[in-house]
Design a protein around this ligand. Sequence first.
Ligand code: URA
Length: 213
Amino acid sequence: MTTSDPFVHVITHPLVQHKLTLMRRKDASTTSFRTLLNELAMLMAYEVTRDMPTQDVEVETPLETMTATMIDGKKLALASILRAGNGLLEGFLAVVPGARVGHIGLYRDPATLQAVEYYFKMPKDMPERDVIVVDPMLATGHSAIAAITRVKALQPRSIKFVCLLTCPEGVKALREAHPDVQIFTAAIDRQLNDHGYILPGLGDAGDRIFGTQ
Ligand code: URA
């Protein structure tokens, strides 16, 4: 599914779609799931950082001096929603190695499906930072909404949200709660089931990343 909402970006690049399909397969091993997730995170990081400001700098090549382009000293923070968000960190950090990393511990109350916070640690200087909140699955949206609410209270310069997979229910909930936050995803699947899982989805992302299923 695609969307005309300019705040929702479905990354349709063939490499992203191919790797996502391999991850969906129920017989994908933990090793290949992790490898694919790393690769996907790198490809997604490339898209998510597309609007980073740049500046012209002088550089001396072995042959002459030229004016070239560099990132404009932006301070980036990644905020991982534990535990599955950690699965996206390695790939993101491969592309933006200087980013600081915060963690937000939330668990889903199985009865209410609401997010309950148990850990919150962010880098310093948040008002100077652009934040990318990462969690592979945007399902009910409860965790993402709670995490972004906490991050927003620290008044960062901007916040983006990145997931691998979402569903119409998750997109709607997050858009309504945080209309200023851009969402990046590799796919918007059909629906959420009664247990808060995305269909067809890929199962429990945390279990598949850490091999705890
Ligand atoms: N979290 C997951 O890991 N998978 C889903 O389908 C929904 C939430």
